[in-house]
Design a protein around this ligand. Structure first.
Ligand code: MRU
Length: 352
């Protein structure tokens, strides 16, 4: 199966539902869900049926369009006020990936910027805006792939954490986009090490599934094997995605990423972050300002196990993301090019 044929979040053919691939069922089952209600879409984002920062943004944009479609009023003020309420509901689904609020703000801005239009035209405009967010995401991932490919050499070993692949975006992914670009260029000898990514196993369930399906030489490692894998000289470069990048280059990504960055620095391995502009939040100065999602303890103690693997009552911490200090980052691969330190200056030069 070609993983690039999988649709993470797209409007149905009749334009009345959001079709998402339920990622909680992968790799065992490829099943699509057809969602129409705001609450269903919130649940899908919260439960990680659709996940990955850019894919969440696309799903939320279509979610807001579908909410608009369901509004029966012809009164523009009433329409815009209900639209803002729906955006707030969608925005509350997950806090860390800035793509969610970015996409919703863009959708609201499009409608409010044309508030003189009749409601029917505002609805059509919202559909075009959501389509544009999706199409642009595909083009951005392609560009990240091209810039990232320039950093790779045939035969390289690449370590990645979590899933920043086609499943996490509208198509191609961010951290996996350079690998898809290499495949297209006829390279057959890249080696990829996927951290399994406890506790939700995005590396084992999603990245390993994607890359193996694409025919890439893929090796799954437990998160605590990264140091040993690097020490053996198997890793030439680390490529990861991100959920929110601050102006100074501090960034949030899946829990465990900061440890990988520290290891890469120790072993002298270049550490690159693949970052679409929709994930760069110039409004936040540094990493401490990023809201970090806390998830239920059962994801650590019970999920995936035949029976509970921790004593009842034990305290559990389950932050979904961590913040990596900008000093550990070699560069950010964006759709405009690769940003090198000082990152705030480089981001501004790219117009972010
Ligand atoms: O909790 P998730 O699976 O949504 O976390 C996803 C990540 O951390 C990804 O690395 C990030 O969103 C980048 S996706 C291109």
């Amino acid at each position: 199966m070609d993983p690039l044929t999988l649709e993470t979040a797209a409007l149905s053919a009749d334009g009345r539902a959001l079709n998402i691939l339920d990622q909680t069922l992968l790799p065992g089952e490829v099943r699509y869900l057809s969602l129409t209600e705001t609450d269903e879409i919130v649940e899908a984002i919260r439960a990680l049926r659709v996940r990955g920062a850019p894919a969440i943004g696309v799903a939320a944009a279509y979610g807001l369009y579908l909410a608009a479609l369901g509004l029966e009023t012809e009164d523009r003020d009433e329409f815009l006020s209900s639209l803002r309420e729906a955006a707030d509901t969608l925005n509350a689904s997950r806090p860390t990936a800035v793509n969610l609020s970015w996409a919703l703000a863009r959708m609201l801005g499009a409608a409010e910027g044309h508030r003189a239009l009749p409601v029917a035209e505002l609805k059509a405009l919202l559909r075009r805006e959501a389509d544009a967010i999706r199409e642009e995401d595909i083009a951005i991932s392609r560009a990240i792939g091209r810039f990232g490919l320039g950093l790779l050499r045939p035969g390289d070993g690449i370590l990645t954490h979590c899933n920043a692949g086609t499943l996490a975006t509208a198509k191609y992914g961010t951290a996996l986009a350079p690998i898809y670009a290499a495949l297209e260029a006829g390279w057959t000898d890249l080696r990829v090490y996927c951290d399994e990514t406890r506790p939700l196993l995005q590396g084992a369930r999603l990245t390993a599934f994607e890359l193996q399906s694409a025919g890439v030489d893929t090796t799954l490692i437990c998160d605590n094997m990264a140091s040993a894998t690097m020490a053996k000289g198997k890793v030439d470069i680390v490529l990861v995605g991100c959920d929110r990048v601050c102006a100074n280059g501090d960034f949030a990504n899946k829990i465990g990423t900061s440890g990988v960055a520290i290891l890469a620095r120790h072993y002298g391995i270049p550490f690159y972050v693949c970052a679409p502009s929709s994930t760069i939040d110039m409004g936040l100065a540094r990493g401490e300002e990023i809201p970090i999602e806390e998830r239920p303890p059962e994801e650590v103690t019970e999920l995936w196990y035949a029976h509970r693997m921790a004593p009842e009552g034990v305290k559990v911490d389950n932050p979904a993301f961590d913040v990596t200090d900008h000093t550990l980052v070699t560069g950010f691969i964006t759709e405009k090019g690769i940003a090198y330190p000082p990152f705030d200056k480089a981001f501004r030069a790219f117009g972010f």
